[in-house]
Ligand binder design. Sequence first.
Ligand SMILES: N[C@@H](CCC(=O)N[C@@H](CS)C(=O)NCC(=O)O)C(=O)O
Length: 204
Amino acid sequence: MKLYDGGRAPNPRRVRIFCAEKNIPLPDIIPIDLNKGEHKSLDFGALNPALQVPVLVLDDGTPLSETMAICRYLEALYPQPPLFGAGAKDVAIIEMWNRRSELGLYTALQHVFRHSHPGMAELEKPQLPDWAEANRPRAIRQLHILNEQLAQHRFLTGDAFTVADITAGIATDFLKVARIAIPEDCTHLMRWHAELRARPSWSA
Ligand SMILES: N[C@@H](CCC(=O)N[C@@H](CS)C(=O)NCC(=O)O)C(=O)O
């Protein structure tokens, strides 16, 4: 298998952390330089018409894009430990927090970053600073939602680390580039984020 990777970009990182948590070998890495626009080529478009990384190319040549589709494929191949949960209730709760983290927090942060950072002007056309500002309070609200959940659990969905922690943790890392600080009263979020950053997988 080959992984078209994007270095520090959040979504390819989710796949690498997922592999590390499962202790499975990383696929062969093909680096894609997003700053140089390498993902905008015709060849890359044949792998993923959305022109985004990550893309996992299977041994039979099938290209798989969408981070969660890739992680679900790897989970099916390597079920242990079950990062998408085991049993109907667990699976649904993990899915719920994974989607909240991705569609709520990460998406809002991405809009803040992409529509406000001068370095993104080339990739994000048109760049709309008002849209960045509209998303800033949305992202902060999501941080408080996560904080309340983490007041009750070690990890986002309970005692076990799951894919929802990967998504929410990557989004929390992304606060830095979006130039948003974790609100001072989100102490549970800070405690959990420090714990994630100390995991060996987090440097993947
Ligand atoms: N929904 C996609 C999003 C992938 C994505 O946003 N990838 C970013 C890197 S983190 C990318 O390729 N950005 C380049 C661009 O949009 O031009 C997924 O979950 O994989």
